[in-house]
Design a protein around this ligand. Structure first.
Ligand code: SF4
Ligand code: FES
Length: 265
């Protein structure tokens, strides 16, 4: 066919196509942006951006909800329950890091019931903390900071037997007595760095963080990228040098997904 030949579709259209109704033809251009979600937050009108969880929307509106297994930039896992909130009409409290607002939902993040549950979670976690406190290995431990903010000063429960320190790795000190099993290190290792060295073994009382097939960290396939150290909210995983300095060195913990980290690199 020469270049001068009309395209077959034009030739086939003819006058009947020109007079066809146009109502069903979608207009070209970008799809409409999803709408934000209006809901009530602690008695005040609030809006969640598309895809936002209650926790993300609440933080944007200035609410303070403790959270440990969730951190910005990481997918929520909903395992620690420090972030529970009350939703009107629902029997059980909901993890705000996981749950998304629905139109008209009434959420209480700091009601007596929600705060009592949040404090109980922190107290239970503190009960297993190292004997010298939740900030034993890291002065800015997220657990210690949230406990202080919510006025949880100690635990009424006995401390369970805790694992010994693992100092087999030249770059990372492992103190799983400070581990709250939030699995942020697992997600950092598996989903952010795709190294898959850190795992979560067993269930219930026996659940624990392991490296490869429960190897000492220094004998595992760890490449010392440090992603787990950045993710850990308690100091259970620390740079070896920081731990040797007595956990008092000024360290800026910056997640690798923090844009300022990349800008300043
Ligand atoms: S080692 Fe740290 S990041 Fe990993 S589960 Fe324990 S507390 Fe969470
Ligand atoms: S931060 Fe929501 S369950 Fe842990």
């Amino acid at each position: 066919m020469s270049d001068a030949s009309p395209p077959a579709t034009v030739a086939a259209a003819g006058p009947s196509a020109a007079s066809a109704p146009q109502a069903d033809v979608a207009p070209p251009g970008p799809a409409a942006a999803p709408a934000s979600v209006p809901f009530e937050l602690d008695g005040q009108p609030a809006e969640a951006l598309p895809g936002e969880t209650i926790l993300q929307a609440a933080e944007r509106h200035g609410a303070r909800i403790p959270h440990l297994c969730y951190t910005e930039g990481m997918r929520p896992d909903g395992n620690c329950r420090a972030c529970v909130c009350e939703i009107e009409g629902e029997r059980v409290l909901a993890p705000s890091c996981w749950r998304k607002p629905a139109p008209g939902m009434k959420v209480r993040t700091a009601s007596e019931r929600a705060r009592a549950a949040q404090r109980m979670v922190l107290e239970l976690l503190l009960a297993d903390a190292p004997e010298n406190g939740a900030d034993a290995y890291r002065p800015d431990s997220e657990l210690a900071l949230w406990a202080a903010e919510l006025g949880v000063t100690g635990a009424r429960f006995p401390r369970r037997a805790q694992p010994a320190a693992d100092l087999s790795h030249p770059a990372i000190a492992v103190h799983l007595d400070a581990c709250i099993q939030c699995t942020r290190c697992v997600r950092a290792c598996r989903e952010v760095q795709v190294n898959d060295v850190i795992g979560y073994a067993d269930r219930g009382h026996y659940a624990r963080i392991v490296f490869d097939l429960e190897d000492p960290m220094g004998a595992s396939t760890c490449v010392a990228c440090g992603e787990c150290v950045q993710a850990c909210p308690t100091g259970a995983l620390l740079p070896r040098g920081v731990w040797e300095a007595g956990a008092t060195a000024a360290v800026r913990f910056v997640p690798a997904w923090d844009p300022s980290f990349r800008e300043n690199a």
